[in-house]
Design a protein around this ligand. Structure first.
Ligand code: GAR
Length: 192
């Protein structure tokens, strides 16, 4: 993906479903000079997502789509109309259709709370603990046709501690996510 000029930031949409701590973190990052992205739109499949408050707070356009067959086309048209060039999934708990992914081929990235290819899908922390893993972490990767399987951009690893529970792990991994997502985006566009 190419940035159109040295000055202009990439028009980005962040997709969320819940709390939006990654969204908040990316918004803060996007305000820095070194950020290659400008967040122009927050999209959610959940009208009650807490993270939507960050869109209000920072006066960023927000839009809800159910992403069912009928309004997926509306979502695609809306993104195109708003000239969105790049999409960051940040706790977006809906599997995008093949058609949607084809429309934005190579322009969607995701953050996942495990060291992929381990623990794709849900309940990653519980499964890592049950399997007595020594480490876990997070992964930022391109979105391709298979769930949590696209090319890895960056990972951050942490040690699993003796007393960790899914809750403590989630907290500690989230902390890493907030470091890793901006780094991954910087890395992606660093050759421009
Ligand atoms: C994050 O841990 C993110 O990695 C995960 O949801 C959480 C969202 O937190 N994403 C997935 O599990 C996607 N499969 P946030 O709403 O506070 O950013």
């Amino acid at each position: 993906m190419k940035k159109s000029s040295g000055q202009i930031k990439i028009k980005t949409a962040v997709f969320i479903s819940g709390t939006g701590s990654n969204l908040y973190n990316l918004i803060k990052f996007s305000f820095t000079k070194k950020s290659p992205i400008k967040i122009c739109l927050v999209v959610s499949n959940n009208s009650k997502a807490k993270g939507l408050n960050f869109a209000n707070k920072f006066k960023i356009k927000k839009k809800i789509f159910k992403f069912d067959k009928n309004d997926e086309k509306l979502a695609i048209d809306y993104l195109i109309k708003n000239k969105i060039e790049f999409i960051c999934l940040a706790g977006f708990m809906h599997i995008l259709s093949k058609n949607f992914k084809n429309k934005f081929n190579g322009k969607i990235i995701n953050i996942h709370p495990s060291l992929l290819p381990k623990y794709k899908g849900l309940n990653t922390h519980l499964r890592a603990l049950k399997n007595k893993e020594k480490n876990t972490g997070c992964t930022i990767h391109y979105v391709n046709s298979k769930l949590d399987s696209g090319r890895i951009i960056l990972q951050k690893k942490i040690k699993i501690l003796k007393n960790d529970t899914p809750i403590t792990l989630k907290k500690r991994v989230l902390k890493q996510e907030h470091i890793a997502y901006p780094l991954a985006i910087t890395k992606l566009f660093s050759n421009l």
